[in-house]
Structure formats: C-alpha cells, structure tokens
Design a protein around this ligand. Sequence first.
Ligand SMILES: [Zn+2]
Ligand SMILES: [Zn+2]
Length: 345
Amino acid sequence: MTTAHAPVVSIRERYRDAVSDRWPVTVMPQPDELLSSWLHRLAYANGVAPKAFARVLGLNPGMWSAALDLRLPADIASLLRAKTGVAPDQLAALTLSQDLPEQFLLPLRYNGHRDRSAWLQFCCRCWSEDAQPYFRRRWRLATRVSCTQHGCRLRDRCPSCHGCIAVFDQAELVPQHYCVACGYDLRRAPIPYLSPETRTLDRCIDNICSLEAIARAPSGPVLVRRLLGMPGAGGYYSAMILTSLSTAARAYCADRLSRPSEWPLDYATDDEKDCKARRLQRLIPPTNDHCAWIELLANALGRRRGRPVVSEGNELGIKLPDLLGAYARMSPGPGRRVVQELIGT
Ligand SMILES: [Zn+2]
Ligand SMILES: [Zn+2]
C-alpha cells in the first residue's frame, strides 16, 4: 500500500473551538445596541431563527426578547456570558435599565391602531449604512422621533404592511431588518419628513434628559410630566400621553409645539425685538448646563398651557420656538442651518 497521496490529518488550533462550550459564532455588541437586537443577530449568525432561539434560552415564545431588554434574569445573563464570552459589563450595558429614564420607554403593547404606539423604532438610513443592521437602545424612547446621526424621522411600522416591528416572532432565518409579517426590506423604507424645529426639540430633549440629570435637577419631575403631557399641549391628541402615541403622532405634537407659526403673532417693534434677542442671549445657559436647560424647557412647555412656571425668574417669557432657536445656534447638529434661516439669524 502506498501512502504517497494519503491525506494528512492533523489537529489544528480550531479544535479547541470545536469542543468549546461556546456557541459556534460570536457576535459582538455594537455601540448603543439594544439587548434584543444583539440576541436576534446572535441567533441568526448561529443558524437559529429568533422565535426558536427563545427555547434555547429556556423562555416561552411571545415578546421574549423585548421583555429581556427591561429585565435580564441572572441565570440567562450567566448562560449568555458562558456561551458567547461577552463580558458582564458589556451585557449589562445592552439593557434599558442603565441610563435611560424609564418614564419615557414605549410600552410593550400594540393594538393595531394607526396612531397608537409600538414599542420599537428604527432609522432606515442608519440601517442602510450598518454592516449588520441593529436597533439602538434610544429608539425605545417615546421622546425620540429623530435619528441622532441623520436627523431624519424614525419609523415604528413597516411601510408595506403597516405592521409593527416584531423580530422576536420571526420564524424564518433572515436578518432583523426584514419585516416579520411581509418580508419587506425595511432599509428601503422612504424617509418621512420632519421639521427642523422638531429635530432641534428632539435633540435638545435627548441631550439633557439623562436619568442622572433628571434625578439631580429640581425641575426634573416637572419636565417629565410636561413631556409626557405634550399631546395635550399639541391639541389633537389631548386625551393621550406621549408614550401611547405612534412615532408619526408624537412628531406631529412636537411639531405643533415647536413651530414659530403656531404661537401668537409678536407685534413688537424692531427695537423691542432687538432688546428681546439680547435678553434671550443673556438668559441662555451653555448646552452642557443640563439642570438649567431642564428648568427652561419645563417652563417653555408649560407656558402655552397657562400652567404656573417652575421657578420665579426673568426667564418667564421664553417661548419654546425662541428657546429652540437659541439651542440650535449653540449646539451644531442635523438641521441647524435650516433652523437659523427660519428664525432669521
Ligand atoms: Zn440614522
Ligand atoms: Zn411588513
């Protein structure tokens, strides 16, 4: 018997992987990724559809991954650490309990009504740029209607079948940017219009409303109440609170409140307007003074509805559009140029 062409069998480095307890493919979390998003990507990379992956973790189907975003039980956290090698602090950072104000989280319910909230939003432009599209943690907040990076309006429904985003229910082995109900590639969704003022309000709220800032600021609880009550101030959805509305309805409310044209006409003379602009300039704190901005925003949101102001001070007269104009000038971001044009500076 000749051995000239016999295959050479040798144990290579990957043998260790083959006998490891870990799942074959490791998926690293992306910046600000939501736990459920990472779990769906992990399942897909290892050849398991999200719906079936619930059983791998010993969970019942349903909203299994969305529930884990809110609370990650210790036994599932240790299973995930053992099977993926992801560090405990990395895993904890994926959950919603870290630094986001829970009062603003979109609830885990969906009644199919056009104007009612779904629990998850996405930016189609982020997804068209992502190597592997993933959900950001901040897209779970009702106060968010625009994308930090692109400034465009978020979506919470599939534009093809108008269903909500239910990746936990996906029984097919496809990435999470395909609609579970109809298979539409959500990266291709048209980008809805969002006014520059609404974009500035959205960015301002996002920048100042961390869990820590709200807890520290004396006006924090008032601002939380007034933000949740924005639909009432906007008029059309007066019986609703912010977290119960769809992204489109929340964007509509924010737009009504932040547009200069929605406020009573100002009949001041040019001199009076100059004086007012100088006064505004003196009163506006730096954008990193979150405490002062929380108070200013709470006052401005309450002003339209005739509520008492949070504190006595000479900032009583600042209207929301003027406040946002000042914020846009100080804090560069998507839409800044357009806001400046609109407010005539
Ligand atoms: Zn984006
Ligand atoms: Zn669809």
